[in-house]
Design a protein around this ligand. Structure first.
Ligand SMILES: [Zn+2]
Ligand SMILES: [Zn+2]
Length: 276
């Protein structure tokens, strides 16, 4: 059991994600020298004007040969971490030459999942698992792409970017924020490309509601550092790590996973993160 969690997560659940993150970090370091991306200049005015994530505006593409190597490495990682999936991973490796990585990654980044469903069926695995593999193999590339934008995007992002729940670099939806200890300003976190951006402290990230008294927060007994912010207008919620209460910075990727009990609590109380 995870000692921070009032509910029992499945055995090895958090450990698996910690190891996956370590693997991704290693891939990122290895790829750092090999990947160079064209930069979009002056991103803030562009975001205000175009209202689209930088990845779309900058036409981000992944080299299919490099991607394939990362994908193969992920299959090896998965075989080790999840022996129950080894056979499925071996079947994928056997057919690796047949897979059109250029097209598949393009589909993934555009949120087109139908081709994955068809492909998963031929391997006798779930479409969710196949998408999970493609998604996690693309993240080291996305993080390299996103990192140089962090400084520009950090503070006052909400003045230029109208979609606080959506990552301004990769467009992924965020479910987690932190409050900075010195001034309690709120920074959203993207667990996909690892970018943070500022959202207003007391405004619902889902519907924009900021009527006084309708944004509330709750936390679990004995833990003031992990909080839920809820909106009475759209019944949305946002998980938040209060760094001041917690007394230290945390790995936000892992904190999001470790706090599944907050999602359960929110849903029990009738709130939603508005995921489709
Ligand atoms: Zn992102
Ligand atoms: Zn709302």
């Amino acid at each position: 059991m995870n000692r921070n969690s009032p509910v029992d997560l499945p055995e090895g659940y958090v450990e698996f994600y910690k190891n996956l993150e370590t693997w991704q970090n290693e891939q990122q370091i290895r790829l750092q020298q090999k990947c160079s991306y064209e930069r979009v200049d002056e991103v803030l005015p562009l975001l205000s004007e175009q209202k689209k994530p930088i990845m779309i505006l900058g036409q981000f593409v992944v080299d299919p040969v490099q991607y394939r190597a990362v994908f193969v490495s992920l299959l090896a990682f998965m075989s080790e971490a999840r022996p129950d999936l080894k056979e499925a991973m071996d079947n994928l490796i056997k057919d690796i030459e047949q897979l059109d990585f250029q097209q598949l990654v393009k589909n993934l980044l555009n949120g087109k999942y139908e081709p994955f469903a068809a492909l998963a069926e031929t391997y006798g695995i779930s479409s969710e698992l196949l998408v999970f593999l493609f998604e996690h193999a693309v993240r080291p590339f996305l993080r390299i792409y996103a990192a140089p934008y962090q400084e520009q995007l950090y503070e006052d992002t909400f003045q230029h970017w109208d979609f606080p729940s959506q990552c301004p670099v990769c467009g992924s939806k965020s479910h987690f924020s932190r409050l900075r200890p010195i001034d309690s300003r709120r920074f959203m976190f993207c667990d996909r490309c690892f970018i943070e951006w500022e959202a207003k402290y007391l405004q619902c990230i889902h519907c924009g509601n900021d009527t006084p008294g309708t944004i509330k927060y709750l936390s679990i007994e004995n833990d003031e550092s992990h909080q839920l912010y809820t909106c009475e207008k759209c019944k949305g919620y946002l998980k938040t790590y209060n760094e001041k209460q917690g007394g230290r910075g945390v790995d936000l990727f892992i904190a999001n996973i470790e706090t599944i009990y907050l999602d359960l609590l929110a849903q029990e109380k009738g709130y939603t993160n508005h995921d489709v």
